[in-house]
Design a binder for this molecule. Structure first.
Ligand code: ADP
Length: 220
């Protein structure tokens, strides 16, 4: 299968999300064509992104003139103007762009974007809200929902697991989670093994079903 990860990417809508995305792709060496209809925003980013254009992404002719049909991947980062987001997504689908990503601000918005041709829909505000809720309300230092019901959390070891080798901890049977990696104070993360003994001050990465990871991270 061809690897399209380093192909040029079209980014439509340079709000906070689209701008961070376009700048990060550029920093990673990916060529970006960024489009926004506000001249003020395109001018302020000129020179920092491979190619930047002031155009209305709901105008098929404008997209054709910019060469959008030649791109393999595109991201529609327009959120608050739902009509523009839907129109731009449907035009990219009509142009048969192979890999269309679209940002949604609500579940209904996301459902429509999928139906009209987005291959991937992301919910940055919703996902970040969920992540911060986990950080604010518990012992977690970081949290990532990897799939619908699978999570990875950065946390500290509960008391009952300090000082015994993980292989003898029964952790997976009792809580259904796996400790993937451990970072002792002042050191780097290394993979956890059956012989690893956790100490106070360690930071651990725990994976498992969402409720199980949440339950584990609430242990004292
Ligand atoms: P964020 O929440 O990430 O800041 P917004 O939805 O507020 O995202 O911003 C979307 C960006 O998309 C804005 O910069 C806006 O000018 C741009 N935009 C909206 N409609 C169009 C359109 N039809 N064509 C091109 N750019 C658009």
């Amino acid at each position: 299968m061809a690897d399209h990860k380093s192909d040029p990417v079209v980014v439509i809508g340079l709000g906070r999300f689209g701008t961070s995305l376009a700048l990060e792709l550029t920093r990673r060496g990916t060529e970006v064509l960024a489009i926004d209809h506000r001249p003020k925003i395109t001018q302020s980013l000129a020179g920092r992104i491979t190619q930047i254009a002031t155009a209305d992404a709901t105008d098929m002719e404008a997209l054709r003139q910019l060469g959008v049909p030649d791109f393999y991947q595109a991201v529609i980062a327009v959120g608050s103007d739902i009509e523009a987001s839907i129109l731009a997504t449907s035009l990219l689908a009509e142009l048969e762009i192979n890999d269309i990503w679209a940002k949604a601000v609500s579940t209904q918005h996301g459902r429509i974007l999928s139906r009209i041709g987005a291959h991937h829909v992301v919910f940055p505000e919703h996902d970040m809200g969920e992540r911060v809720a986990h950080l604010v309300s518990g012992r977690m230092l970081d949290y990532m929902q990897v799939d619908e019901n699978f999570a990875l959390a950065k946390t500290t070891p509960p008391k009952e697991y300090v000082g015994i080798p993980l292989g003898r901890s029964n952790l997976r049977r009792k809580y259904g989670v796996t400790i993937v990696a451990v970072k002792p104070p002042g050191e780097e993360f290394t993979y956890a093994t059956a012989d690893t003994e956790l100490t106070y001050g360690d930071v651990i990465l725990v994976s498992g079903r969402t409720e199980q990871v949440e339950r584990f991270a609430e242990l004292p």
